[in-house]
Design a protein around this ligand. Structure first.
Ligand SMILES: [Zn+2]
Length: 453
Protein backbone atom coordinates (compact mmCIF):
# COMPACT_ATOMS: atom_id res chain seq x y z
CA UNK A 1 0.00 0.00 0.00
CA UNK A 2 2.90 2.32 0.78
CA UNK A 3 4.53 1.93 -2.65
CA UNK A 4 1.20 2.42 -4.28
CA UNK A 5 0.75 5.63 -2.32
CA UNK A 6 4.23 6.91 -3.09
CA UNK A 7 3.82 6.58 -6.84
CA UNK A 8 0.48 8.27 -6.77
CA UNK A 9 1.60 11.01 -4.35
CA UNK A 10 4.41 12.21 -6.61
CA UNK A 11 1.95 13.08 -9.37
CA UNK A 12 -0.70 14.60 -7.11
CA UNK A 13 1.91 16.63 -5.23
CA UNK A 14 3.25 17.98 -8.51
CA UNK A 15 -0.19 19.31 -9.41
CA UNK A 16 -0.70 20.84 -5.98
CA UNK A 17 2.80 22.38 -5.94
CA UNK A 18 2.32 23.79 -9.42
CA UNK A 19 -1.01 25.33 -8.48
CA UNK A 20 0.44 26.81 -5.26
CA UNK A 21 3.36 28.30 -7.16
CA UNK A 22 1.02 29.90 -9.65
CA UNK A 23 -1.10 31.20 -6.75
CA UNK A 24 2.02 32.76 -5.21
CA UNK A 25 2.80 34.54 -8.46
CA UNK A 26 -0.78 35.78 -8.66
CA UNK A 27 -0.57 37.24 -5.15
CA UNK A 28 2.80 38.90 -5.76
CA UNK A 29 2.20 40.52 -9.10
CA UNK A 30 -1.27 41.88 -8.65
CA UNK A 31 -0.94 44.18 -11.70
CA UNK A 32 -0.80 41.08 -13.85
CA UNK A 33 -3.48 39.35 -11.85
CA UNK A 34 -6.12 38.98 -14.53
CA UNK A 35 -3.64 37.98 -17.20
CA UNK A 36 -1.93 35.42 -14.98
CA UNK A 37 -5.26 34.08 -13.77
CA UNK A 38 -6.34 33.24 -17.30
CA UNK A 39 -2.90 31.73 -17.90
CA UNK A 40 -3.35 29.59 -14.77
CA UNK A 41 -6.72 28.37 -16.06
CA UNK A 42 -5.16 27.44 -19.40
CA UNK A 43 -2.21 25.67 -17.76
CA UNK A 44 -4.54 23.74 -15.48
CA UNK A 45 -6.74 22.74 -18.42
CA UNK A 46 -3.68 21.69 -20.39
CA UNK A 47 -2.32 19.69 -17.47
CA UNK A 48 -5.67 18.00 -16.91
CA UNK A 49 -5.73 16.91 -20.55
CA UNK A 50 -2.12 15.77 -20.54
CA UNK A 51 -1.73 12.05 -21.01
CA UNK A 52 0.35 9.69 -18.88
CA UNK A 53 1.42 6.16 -19.48
CA UNK A 54 -0.61 4.51 -16.75
CA UNK A 55 -2.11 1.25 -17.88
CA UNK A 56 -5.81 1.72 -17.42
CA UNK A 57 -6.85 -1.83 -18.10
CA UNK A 58 -6.08 -2.54 -14.45
CA UNK A 59 -8.48 0.17 -13.40
CA UNK A 60 -11.26 -0.62 -15.83
CA UNK A 61 -12.65 -3.04 -13.33
CA UNK A 62 -16.14 -3.70 -12.10
CA UNK A 63 -15.88 -1.41 -9.06
CA UNK A 64 -14.81 1.56 -11.14
CA UNK A 65 -17.69 0.94 -13.53
CA UNK A 66 -20.22 0.83 -10.68
CA UNK A 67 -18.81 4.08 -9.28
CA UNK A 68 -19.01 5.76 -12.70
CA UNK A 69 -22.57 4.56 -13.21
CA UNK A 70 -23.60 6.25 -9.94
CA UNK A 71 -21.76 9.44 -10.99
CA UNK A 72 -23.62 9.57 -14.31
CA UNK A 73 -26.95 10.03 -12.53
CA UNK A 74 -27.49 13.81 -12.53
CA UNK A 75 -28.89 14.05 -8.99
CA UNK A 76 -28.09 17.74 -9.04
CA UNK A 77 -29.91 20.60 -7.32
CA UNK A 78 -32.41 22.12 -7.72
CA UNK A 79 -35.55 19.93 -8.00
CA UNK A 80 -33.86 16.54 -7.99
CA UNK A 81 -35.72 13.47 -9.19
CA UNK A 82 -34.20 10.68 -7.10
CA UNK A 83 -35.85 7.81 -9.06
CA UNK A 84 -32.68 6.91 -10.99
CA UNK A 85 -30.66 6.82 -7.77
CA UNK A 86 -33.20 4.46 -6.19
CA UNK A 87 -33.20 2.24 -9.31
CA UNK A 88 -29.39 2.15 -9.27
CA UNK A 89 -29.31 1.20 -5.58
CA UNK A 90 -31.99 -1.48 -6.06
CA UNK A 91 -29.82 -3.02 -8.77
CA UNK A 92 -26.81 -2.93 -6.43
CA UNK A 93 -28.72 -4.48 -3.52
CA UNK A 94 -30.07 -7.23 -5.79
CA UNK A 95 -26.60 -8.07 -7.09
CA UNK A 96 -25.42 -8.41 -3.47
CA UNK A 97 -28.59 -10.19 -2.43
CA UNK A 98 -29.17 -7.66 0.33
CA UNK A 99 -32.50 -6.31 1.61
CA UNK A 100 -33.30 -2.71 0.66
CA UNK A 101 -35.94 -0.43 2.11
CA UNK A 102 -37.10 2.89 0.74
CA UNK A 103 -38.29 5.23 3.49
CA UNK A 104 -39.82 8.68 3.35
CA UNK A 105 -39.70 11.30 6.07
CA UNK A 106 -42.37 13.83 5.17
CA UNK A 107 -41.94 14.16 1.39
CA UNK A 108 -42.78 11.38 -1.10
CA UNK A 109 -40.22 12.76 -3.58
CA UNK A 110 -37.32 12.43 -1.13
CA UNK A 111 -36.47 8.75 -0.68
CA UNK A 112 -34.14 7.52 2.06
CA UNK A 113 -32.72 4.19 0.93
CA UNK A 114 -31.41 1.69 3.46
CA UNK A 115 -29.41 -1.37 2.37
CA UNK A 116 -28.65 -3.82 5.15
CA UNK A 117 -25.77 -6.26 5.57
CA UNK A 118 -26.79 -8.26 8.59
CA UNK A 119 -24.16 -9.17 11.17
CA UNK A 120 -23.73 -12.48 12.93
CA UNK A 121 -25.04 -10.84 16.12
CA UNK A 122 -27.88 -8.67 14.82
CA UNK A 123 -29.06 -7.96 18.37
CA UNK A 124 -26.01 -5.72 18.88
CA UNK A 125 -26.30 -2.04 18.02
CA UNK A 126 -25.54 -1.48 14.35
CA UNK A 127 -23.18 0.67 12.31
CA UNK A 128 -24.58 3.29 9.93
CA UNK A 129 -22.61 4.12 6.79
CA UNK A 130 -24.14 7.24 5.34
CA UNK A 131 -23.97 8.74 1.86
CA UNK A 132 -25.94 11.65 0.45
CA UNK A 133 -27.22 11.14 -3.08
CA UNK A 134 -27.51 14.81 -4.05
CA UNK A 135 -24.81 17.01 -5.55
CA UNK A 136 -24.44 20.76 -5.90
CA UNK A 137 -25.03 22.58 -9.23
CA UNK A 138 -22.32 22.87 -11.89
CA UNK A 139 -21.05 25.62 -14.15
CA UNK A 140 -20.70 23.36 -17.16
CA UNK A 141 -18.62 25.82 -19.24
CA UNK A 142 -15.82 25.63 -16.69
CA UNK A 143 -15.44 21.84 -16.89
CA UNK A 144 -12.89 20.13 -19.13
CA UNK A 145 -15.23 17.10 -19.40
CA UNK A 146 -19.02 17.11 -18.98
CA UNK A 147 -19.76 16.90 -15.22
CA UNK A 148 -22.11 13.92 -15.50
CA UNK A 149 -20.13 11.92 -18.05
CA UNK A 150 -17.79 10.42 -15.41
CA UNK A 151 -15.09 10.65 -18.07
CA UNK A 152 -11.91 8.82 -17.08
CA UNK A 153 -8.80 10.35 -18.64
CA UNK A 154 -5.52 8.64 -19.49
CA UNK A 155 -4.27 9.20 -15.97
CA UNK A 156 -7.26 7.49 -14.41
CA UNK A 157 -8.91 10.69 -13.20
CA UNK A 158 -12.67 10.33 -13.14
CA UNK A 159 -14.28 13.72 -13.66
CA UNK A 160 -17.75 14.14 -12.24
CA UNK A 161 -19.75 16.22 -9.84
CA UNK A 162 -20.04 14.02 -6.77
CA UNK A 163 -16.79 12.13 -7.35
CA UNK A 164 -15.35 13.61 -4.13
CA UNK A 165 -18.56 14.80 -2.47
CA UNK A 166 -19.67 12.11 -1.88
CA UNK A 167 -20.91 9.37 -4.17
CA UNK A 168 -17.49 7.69 -3.92
CA UNK A 169 -18.17 6.67 -0.33
CA UNK A 170 -21.57 5.15 -1.13
CA UNK A 171 -20.24 2.77 -3.78
CA UNK A 172 -17.09 2.03 -1.77
CA UNK A 173 -19.26 0.74 1.11
CA UNK A 174 -21.01 -1.56 -1.40
CA UNK A 175 -17.65 -2.72 -2.75
CA UNK A 176 -16.49 -3.67 0.75
CA UNK A 177 -19.58 -5.84 1.23
CA UNK A 178 -18.93 -7.51 -2.14
CA UNK A 179 -15.38 -8.35 -1.03
CA UNK A 180 -16.54 -9.65 2.35
CA UNK A 181 -19.15 -11.84 0.67
CA UNK A 182 -16.59 -13.19 -1.78
CA UNK A 183 -14.36 -14.35 1.07
CA UNK A 184 -17.36 -15.54 3.11
CA UNK A 185 -16.52 -13.08 5.90
CA UNK A 186 -19.27 -12.21 8.36
CA UNK A 187 -19.13 -9.17 10.63
CA UNK A 188 -20.49 -9.21 14.16
CA UNK A 189 -22.51 -6.03 13.85
CA UNK A 190 -25.04 -5.19 11.18
CA UNK A 191 -24.10 -2.51 8.64
CA UNK A 192 -26.87 -0.20 7.45
CA UNK A 193 -25.92 1.72 4.32
CA UNK A 194 -28.09 4.82 4.17
CA UNK A 195 -28.47 6.85 0.98
CA UNK A 196 -30.15 10.14 1.82
CA UNK A 197 -31.51 13.08 -0.20
CA UNK A 198 -30.90 16.82 0.08
CA UNK A 199 -27.84 16.96 2.35
CA UNK A 200 -26.60 19.91 0.32
CA UNK A 201 -29.71 21.93 1.20
CA UNK A 202 -29.93 21.03 4.89
CA UNK A 203 -31.63 17.61 4.73
CA UNK A 204 -35.02 18.90 5.91
CA UNK A 205 -36.80 15.85 4.46
CA UNK A 206 -33.65 13.75 4.49
CA UNK A 207 -31.54 12.88 7.50
CA UNK A 208 -32.89 15.74 9.62
CA UNK A 209 -36.40 14.24 9.52
CA UNK A 210 -35.40 10.58 9.14
CA UNK A 211 -33.70 10.41 12.56
CA UNK A 212 -37.08 11.06 14.19
CA UNK A 213 -38.90 8.19 12.44
CA UNK A 214 -39.65 4.69 13.72
CA UNK A 215 -37.83 3.32 10.68
CA UNK A 216 -34.66 4.99 11.95
CA UNK A 217 -35.15 3.83 15.56
CA UNK A 218 -35.59 0.27 14.28
CA UNK A 219 -32.09 0.40 12.79
CA UNK A 220 -30.69 0.51 16.34
CA UNK A 221 -27.65 2.57 15.35
CA UNK A 222 -24.74 2.53 17.82
CA UNK A 223 -22.19 4.31 15.66
CA UNK A 224 -22.32 6.28 12.41
CA UNK A 225 -19.82 7.08 9.70
CA UNK A 226 -20.38 9.91 7.23
CA UNK A 227 -18.33 12.06 4.84
CA UNK A 228 -15.11 13.84 5.72
CA UNK A 229 -13.14 15.83 3.16
CA UNK A 230 -10.41 15.00 0.64
CA UNK A 231 -6.94 16.08 1.73
CA UNK A 232 -4.12 17.64 -0.28
CA UNK A 233 -1.48 16.19 2.04
CA UNK A 234 -0.96 12.59 3.13
CA UNK A 235 -2.74 12.84 6.48
CA UNK A 236 -6.25 11.40 6.81
CA UNK A 237 -8.57 13.62 8.81
CA UNK A 238 -11.03 12.24 11.30
CA UNK A 239 -13.89 14.66 11.94
CA UNK A 240 -15.30 14.29 15.45
CA UNK A 241 -17.38 17.48 15.70
CA UNK A 242 -18.87 20.34 13.76
CA UNK A 243 -19.13 24.00 14.59
CA UNK A 244 -22.55 25.37 15.51
CA UNK A 245 -24.14 27.25 12.64
CA UNK A 246 -26.22 30.39 12.99
CA UNK A 247 -27.87 32.25 10.16
CA UNK A 248 -28.97 35.42 11.89
CA UNK A 249 -30.79 38.53 10.69
CA UNK A 250 -30.79 41.94 12.38
CA UNK A 251 -33.74 44.12 11.45
CA UNK A 252 -32.53 47.53 12.54
CA UNK A 253 -35.10 50.29 13.05
CA UNK A 254 -34.08 53.93 13.24
CA UNK A 255 -35.07 57.54 12.73
CA UNK A 256 -36.35 58.22 9.22
CA UNK A 257 -36.26 61.58 7.42
CA UNK A 258 -34.88 63.73 4.65
CA UNK A 259 -31.53 62.67 3.22
CA UNK A 260 -30.14 66.20 3.76
CA UNK A 261 -30.33 66.05 7.59
CA UNK A 262 -27.96 64.76 10.27
CA UNK A 263 -30.52 62.90 12.38
CA UNK A 264 -29.64 60.85 15.44
CA UNK A 265 -30.24 57.11 15.86
CA UNK A 266 -30.58 56.31 12.18
CA UNK A 267 -30.74 52.66 11.14
CA UNK A 268 -27.51 53.08 9.17
CA UNK A 269 -25.59 54.44 12.18
CA UNK A 270 -26.83 51.53 14.32
CA UNK A 271 -25.91 49.09 11.56
CA UNK A 272 -22.42 50.62 11.43
CA UNK A 273 -21.95 49.97 15.18
CA UNK A 274 -23.04 46.36 14.81
CA UNK A 275 -20.93 45.77 11.70
CA UNK A 276 -17.86 47.18 13.48
CA UNK A 277 -18.39 44.89 16.49
CA UNK A 278 -18.70 41.81 14.26
CA UNK A 279 -15.72 42.89 12.15
CA UNK A 280 -13.53 43.27 15.25
CA UNK A 281 -14.50 39.76 16.36
CA UNK A 282 -13.87 38.45 12.84
CA UNK A 283 -10.37 40.00 12.84
CA UNK A 284 -9.56 38.39 16.22
CA UNK A 285 -10.62 34.98 14.91
CA UNK A 286 -8.66 35.46 11.67
CA UNK A 287 -5.58 36.32 13.75
CA UNK A 288 -5.94 33.03 15.65
CA UNK A 289 -5.62 31.22 12.32
CA UNK A 290 -2.43 33.13 11.49
CA UNK A 291 -0.92 32.71 14.98
CA UNK A 292 -1.59 28.95 15.13
CA UNK A 293 -0.31 27.24 11.99
CA UNK A 294 -1.98 23.99 13.05
CA UNK A 295 -5.42 25.63 13.21
CA UNK A 296 -7.91 25.16 10.40
CA UNK A 297 -11.26 26.83 9.75
CA UNK A 298 -12.97 24.34 12.07
CA UNK A 299 -10.98 25.63 15.06
CA UNK A 300 -12.18 29.23 15.00
CA UNK A 301 -15.49 31.09 14.77
CA UNK A 302 -16.24 32.39 11.28
CA UNK A 303 -18.34 35.54 10.88
CA UNK A 304 -19.49 36.78 7.50
CA UNK A 305 -21.87 39.56 6.58
CA UNK A 306 -23.79 37.92 3.75
CA UNK A 307 -26.94 40.06 3.42
CA UNK A 308 -27.40 43.81 3.45
CA UNK A 309 -30.91 45.11 2.66
CA UNK A 310 -32.67 48.44 3.03
CA UNK A 311 -33.50 51.87 1.76
CA UNK A 312 -36.21 53.27 -0.48
CA UNK A 313 -34.50 56.02 -2.44
CA UNK A 314 -31.28 57.95 -2.13
CA UNK A 315 -32.69 61.16 -0.58
CA UNK A 316 -34.65 59.31 2.12
CA UNK A 317 -33.06 58.17 5.39
CA UNK A 318 -34.62 54.70 5.75
CA UNK A 319 -36.52 53.61 8.83
CA UNK A 320 -35.14 50.09 8.52
CA UNK A 321 -31.96 48.34 7.43
CA UNK A 322 -31.39 44.59 7.66
CA UNK A 323 -28.14 42.71 8.07
CA UNK A 324 -27.72 38.96 7.57
CA UNK A 325 -24.81 37.03 9.05
CA UNK A 326 -23.51 33.51 8.54
CA UNK A 327 -21.77 32.56 11.78
CA UNK A 328 -20.13 29.20 12.54
CA UNK A 329 -19.31 29.04 16.23
CA UNK A 330 -16.16 27.27 17.41
CA UNK A 331 -16.45 24.45 19.95
CA UNK A 332 -14.95 26.27 22.93
CA UNK A 333 -17.32 29.26 22.73
CA UNK A 334 -19.88 29.61 25.52
CA UNK A 335 -22.87 30.01 23.20
CA UNK A 336 -25.42 31.50 25.68
CA UNK A 337 -22.76 34.08 26.67
CA UNK A 338 -22.06 34.82 23.00
CA UNK A 339 -25.76 35.41 22.40
CA UNK A 340 -25.93 37.79 25.40
CA UNK A 341 -22.93 39.67 24.02
CA UNK A 342 -24.70 40.16 20.68
CA UNK A 343 -27.83 41.42 22.47
CA UNK A 344 -25.62 43.86 24.39
CA UNK A 345 -24.15 45.17 21.12
CA UNK A 346 -27.68 45.76 19.83
CA UNK A 347 -28.50 47.84 22.92
CA UNK A 348 -25.22 49.77 22.65
CA UNK A 349 -26.00 50.48 19.00
CA UNK A 350 -29.15 52.31 20.10
CA UNK A 351 -31.69 49.51 20.52
CA UNK A 352 -34.88 48.79 18.57
CA UNK A 353 -33.14 45.98 16.70
CA UNK A 354 -35.07 42.79 16.05
CA UNK A 355 -32.98 39.59 16.00
CA UNK A 356 -34.38 36.77 13.82
CA UNK A 357 -32.70 33.40 13.50
CA UNK A 358 -33.09 31.76 10.10
CA UNK A 359 -30.99 28.85 11.37
CA UNK A 360 -30.00 28.32 14.99
CA UNK A 361 -28.45 24.90 15.31
CA UNK A 362 -28.56 23.30 18.71
CA UNK A 363 -25.19 22.61 20.29
CA UNK A 364 -24.37 18.97 19.64
CA UNK A 365 -21.98 16.83 21.63
CA UNK A 366 -18.63 16.14 20.06
CA UNK A 367 -17.82 12.47 19.52
CA UNK A 368 -15.27 11.35 22.08
CA UNK A 369 -12.00 10.14 20.60
CA UNK A 370 -10.73 8.28 23.64
CA UNK A 371 -10.90 4.84 25.22
CA UNK A 372 -14.48 5.36 26.39
CA UNK A 373 -15.61 5.14 22.75
CA UNK A 374 -15.17 1.50 21.69
CA UNK A 375 -16.03 2.33 18.09
CA UNK A 376 -13.31 4.97 17.90
CA UNK A 377 -10.75 2.60 19.44
CA UNK A 378 -11.64 0.09 16.72
CA UNK A 379 -11.64 2.73 13.97
CA UNK A 380 -8.18 3.90 15.09
CA UNK A 381 -6.97 0.31 15.18
CA UNK A 382 -8.04 -0.03 11.53
CA UNK A 383 -6.11 3.11 10.55
CA UNK A 384 -3.03 2.11 12.51
CA UNK A 385 -2.95 -1.44 11.16
CA UNK A 386 -2.43 0.18 7.74
CA UNK A 387 0.07 2.70 9.18
CA UNK A 388 -2.04 5.60 7.93
CA UNK A 389 -1.25 9.04 9.33
CA UNK A 390 -4.35 10.63 10.80
CA UNK A 391 -5.41 13.72 12.68
CA UNK A 392 -8.58 14.65 14.58
CA UNK A 393 -10.36 17.70 13.23
CA UNK A 394 -13.49 19.80 13.64
CA UNK A 395 -15.51 20.02 10.43
CA UNK A 396 -15.67 23.61 9.17
CA UNK A 397 -18.96 23.16 7.28
CA UNK A 398 -22.13 21.36 8.29
CA UNK A 399 -23.12 17.82 7.27
CA UNK A 400 -25.93 15.36 8.04
CA UNK A 401 -23.84 13.86 10.81
CA UNK A 402 -24.99 16.64 13.17
CA UNK A 403 -28.49 15.06 13.34
CA UNK A 404 -26.98 11.80 14.60
CA UNK A 405 -24.73 13.53 17.12
CA UNK A 406 -27.77 15.48 18.32
CA UNK A 407 -29.20 12.09 19.39
CA UNK A 408 -25.93 11.37 21.22
CA UNK A 409 -24.96 8.74 18.65
CA UNK A 410 -21.15 8.75 18.31
CA UNK A 411 -20.31 9.60 14.72
CA UNK A 412 -17.20 10.21 12.67
CA UNK A 413 -16.72 11.99 9.35
CA UNK A 414 -14.05 10.39 7.21
CA UNK A 415 -13.11 10.26 3.53
CA UNK A 416 -10.28 7.95 2.44
CA UNK A 417 -8.92 10.51 -0.05
CA UNK A 418 -5.43 12.01 0.33
CA UNK A 419 -2.92 13.74 -1.98
CA UNK A 420 -5.80 15.04 -4.06
CA UNK A 421 -6.73 18.63 -4.92
CA UNK A 422 -9.78 19.57 -2.87
CA UNK A 423 -12.50 20.18 -5.46
CA UNK A 424 -15.68 19.84 -3.41
CA UNK A 425 -18.33 22.06 -5.03
CA UNK A 426 -15.64 23.29 -7.46
CA UNK A 427 -15.22 22.93 -11.23
CA UNK A 428 -13.52 19.78 -12.56
CA UNK A 429 -14.13 17.75 -9.41
CA UNK A 430 -12.36 14.44 -9.90
CA UNK A 431 -11.12 11.36 -8.11
CA UNK A 432 -8.55 8.98 -9.50
CA UNK A 433 -9.39 5.33 -10.01
CA UNK A 434 -6.34 4.42 -7.89
CA UNK A 435 -7.48 6.55 -4.97
CA UNK A 436 -10.99 5.13 -5.26
CA UNK A 437 -9.75 1.53 -5.17
CA UNK A 438 -7.36 2.34 -2.32
CA UNK A 439 -10.36 3.74 -0.45
CA UNK A 440 -12.16 0.39 -0.69
CA UNK A 441 -9.18 -1.34 0.96
CA UNK A 442 -9.11 1.29 3.71
CA UNK A 443 -12.84 1.02 4.41
CA UNK A 444 -12.55 -2.76 4.54
CA UNK A 445 -9.84 -2.62 7.21
CA UNK A 446 -11.76 -0.03 9.23
CA UNK A 447 -15.11 -1.82 9.01
CA UNK A 448 -13.57 -5.18 9.91
CA UNK A 449 -12.53 -3.53 13.18
CA UNK A 450 -15.53 -1.30 13.86
CA UNK A 451 -18.23 -3.88 13.05
CA UNK A 452 -16.49 -6.60 15.04
CA UNK A 453 -16.06 -4.64 18.26
ZN1 LIG B 1 -21.09 16.16 0.96
Amino acid sequence: MKDFNTVYCRKAKFTIRAQRRIQFIINRYSVWKIFIFSLKESVCKLYLKESHEINLSKMANKEIEIFREFLRIPSVHPNINYDSCVQFLKKQAESLNLPLKVNFAGDPTKPIVVITFEGSQPELSSIMLNCHMDVVPVDEDKWVHPPFSAHMDEEGRIFARGSQDMKCLGTQYLAVIRELQKSGTKLKRTLHLTFVPDEEIGGKFGMQAFVHTTAFKDLNIGFAIDEGTPEEDDVYKVYFAERTMWHIHFHINGTAGHGSRLLENTAAEKAKYLINKFSELRAREAKKLIDNPDFTDGDVTSINLTRLDGGVQTNVIPSKISLGYDIRIALEVDIPEFEKEIQKWCEEAGGDIEIVFEIKEPVTERTKLDNTNIYWTAFKQGLESMKLKHKARVMAGGTDIQYLRALNIPAIGFSPIINTPVLLHDHNEFLTAEMYLLGIKIWKEILMEVANV
